[in-house]
Design a protein around this ligand. Sequence first.
Ligand code: C2E
Ligand code: CA
Ligand code: CA
Length: 502
Amino acid sequence: MRTIIASIFVTIFAVSLAAVSYFNHFYAERALQRDTEQLLFEFHDALVEAKSMLAGLPEPDDFRCNDKTYGELVHLSFENPAIRLLGVLHDNEEYCASDAVTVDLSAYKSHALSGGFSMASAAHGDEHTDLLLVRTHGNSRYFANLNPFLINHLAEHACLDCLSYEITIQGEPTINFFGEPLSQAAYIEFDSFRKEGPLGISLSIKGTREFFEYYKELSWVSTVAFAVIVASVLSFAAYRLLTIRQSLGRVIKDALRFSEFVPFYQPIVDSRNGQVLGAEVLARWRRGNGEIVPPYQFIPFAEDSGLIIEITEQLVEKVTADLKRFGWNKTGQFASVNIVPEHLDSDVFYKLLTQGMERHGLIPKNISLEITERRQIANLAQARKALDAFFEYGIDLKLDDAGTGYGGFSYVQELGISTLKIDKMFVDTIQSDDVKRSVLDAIIAFAKSSELKTIAEGVEDKAQVEYLEQHGVYAIQGYVYAKPMPAEDLVDWLAKNESEAS
Ligand code: C2E
Ligand code: CA
Ligand code: CA
């Protein structure tokens, strides 16, 4: 048990760990892609803006540095947040700019572009690289300083030393931000987006694995914790399920040892004269404290686990003794015992049943078997062989829940069925609409044409009895006559029924 739970835990843990990591990775990638694209958009827009701003400034001859032009420059740079500073230098002498800062153009490294434009860069310590777009016009140079906030935008999430930006001019990597290009194998490289900006400039971004980690919503600790929680919850559920099933198996075995399974009997009555034709044997579990457990709480498990075989054996021992007490060996009524296909796998059940009958002096027709159509019989031919021994002895077979399950027709043909037990489900349609009731009529017609006897089950009122009588079904089992009851109650019920009938 422990090893089963341990392996369930390990499996669920591994699966959820893989799933959580996958989604974490997936969302990080998406977030990084989104931010990078946004950054590249902004960079592109800033370049377009700077280019048109520089091209729109007056010709050098018309441009003197005075209060008016200073005002214009301030206004222009103020209008566009992507441009930090806008300035002009005439003949290396006359200088004016939108800010009280002197830009020393000779300190910048220049990279030529087309149309009289160039890009100039200068490193400012470790913090950032200053980036200028310069337009050379005669002896004048107009320049726009691009705001580095664009670049910092991504790094806000992360660390500067695990990120590298590279500006490529006409395909040549030219300007690097944040020092040297990353030496270790770059993990992410989103440079495919908008390769060519205006003037043949593109921006590419590289980051290390460490940088990528910043984008993950969950740390590895939370990932593992999450997987542990999922695995624990599911393993606990599996444990509960297994122990419940296991302990039900154990208590049923104990109940068998203490002989706690007892037969209840539900009479089957001929509606024409009130005569008792026999009774169905229905298992009940009478616990040590007197509590009666209904079949739906243990039969399905007993059938799945094979414990039903021993339960039936226990019932049959009691049934054969009870029938002798009812005097049915003299009057000839039957007790119908529910069996499952597994009862036919060997002759153990046959021997036990017939020996019990002989021990109590019963006659063959005192016992009848019923097998449900709801469960599939794997090997019909083999089942038939086992059944033939019962038939030879004089025990017949009824088909339970006829019309509700697997190939009823083939069961009828192959198994040697004597009687169809019409399920309550169909009897219930008697007072309902015609369409559903036609199934009931079809089953009855099928029984007639196949020369099968019928018993209607779950009959609860007189109207149903009348309808069935009109259709030639007289053997009735249901609350309209009696509920299932223990042997001692049946003795009284039989006596009462006898006196009423006579
Ligand atoms: P089943 O063999 O179809 O038994 C008929 C069920 O219908 C019984 O329920 C019975 O009490 C119920 N019933 C009979 N007349 C009426 C009625 O007029 N109205 C209503 N509402 N119900 C009626 P029970 O005794 O609870 O048994 C349920 C099922 O448990 C049985 O259905 C059978 O499939 C299984 N079962 C019971 N005893 C055994 C057994 O010894 N072996 C096997 N394999 N299965 C058994
Ligand atoms: Ca039955
Ligand atoms: Ca039934």
